[in-house]
Design a protein around this ligand. Sequence first.
Ligand code: ATP
Ligand code: MG
Length: 490
Amino acid sequence: MNASSTPFPPLVIPRSEHSISRAAISPNALKVLYRLKEAGYQGFLVGGAVRDLLLGITPKDFDVATNALPEEVRRLFRNCRLIGRRFRLAHVHFGNEIIEVATFRAAAAPEREDAEEADPDSENDAALGDGTAGEGASTGRAAAAGAAPEPAAAYDSEHRAFDQSGRILRDNIYGTIEEDVWRRDFAANGLYYSIEDFSIWDFVDGVSDVRARRLKLIGDPETRYREDPVRMLRAVRFAAKLDFSIEPVTEAPIRKLAYLLDGVPPARLFDECLKLFLSGFGVKSYRLLQKYGLFEHLFPMSAAAFALPPYAYAQDMLERGLMNTDERIAADKPVTPTFLFAVLLWSAVLRELNERQAGPAPDLALLMQACDTVLRAQQSRVAIPRRFAVPMRELLMLQPRFNRRSGVKSLSLLQHPRFRAAYDFLLLRAQVGVADPELAKWWTDIQVLPQEERVALVQARPAEPAAEGDAAAPASRRRRRRRRGGAART
Ligand code: ATP
Ligand code: MG
């Protein structure tokens, strides 16, 4: 472990002068902190947990920083796994809760470990969880909770030197708290709560920022965004979630540097998108992403379609979808990336479909091709794992089937495993005026009827050879509608 090169005294805020009570800290995090202390190490609660506790909100997770090396942490806890390659993190497991323990990082340590260019198909299921090991999605907390075995430590010659017996001669990956603080993103995220005397160590004037609800990058913003462009998304996320302002100097370069997102591994952007859109403040996040020109780098095809009059309504649809999602989260109801990505990509799929077909009535084979084309292109930006992409495609492919209401066969839609999500999507389309409200109501009402009454209803309807959305619609009718509507709206 390197000694600190330049000791830098923090502002130490004693327990009597701040509001963080141990009663608000996870008992498991306290256990970890006390164990480190008893073993003679430093133990601090860091990052978002300190910020949130100062704000009086319950932290999502509790991260610990220490001067103990990862191997030393492992020796202290039976329930501990080391993850990560170069920069190793200790995960201490307590049932469902994982306390992430990070050794102070040296200034010379790599800024972040790149998330592997994950094959979306092999993305592990934990991507829905928090997944925040700090900077690298592949070292994420949730990712580590999966079953994949960790590779043996891959020491790299750039950062460590060994003697012949393998003993570490020099290690400049791990450092001191004085070094650790400078690699953190925002001053409000750069606070340390000491288990020694329950004081807060503030090197970067972070407490003032939390109190002023302000996000200020530590260091020169442009440099910090270039080091890790995801910090632009993090600025938006914290601004939306915490109702913080982005301080002008931190805000200024975002628009200009938004393009840097194009170089971020798509698997990591997927994780960030879930945090932006599925954490209960999706509408606000979306508006900020648009404000700073970031959205077009995450969903370029959707952004391009929104700018075209025939698809402009899809933006309203997205906002309504995000609003519903935020409400569901507030009500503790489950939400799914499948629906989210369907709403996010719908405009792009429709545009693609309209370029392939002449009439407004969707041809299912062409709709499938349009979905696949959009998904394939999208994967190079935000890697949507197959387990969400496949049901998303199904959901979209079911939309034309809602138009068929005659004949007992039409009822099979109610049994489809994707019916519920597809029906919610239909409601959203009806809300923005691109699906017939009467059609939406029909599918709402029929769900609660007993089977005999459903059958009676569909048998009473006239046959629908030329139903809207049916590929077999007569050409003359297709042409007429095409001229009026301009574009298929499925
Ligand atoms: P959340 O409430 O979302 O958990 P958080 O601030 O705890 O917010 P995490 O992603 O859990 O965010 O990261 C924990 C801490 O690690 C942050 O507070 C910050 O200090 C640091 N950190 C995380 N990601 C970065 C990054 N990309 N660049 C610099 N520091 C980072
Ligand atoms: Mg956190």
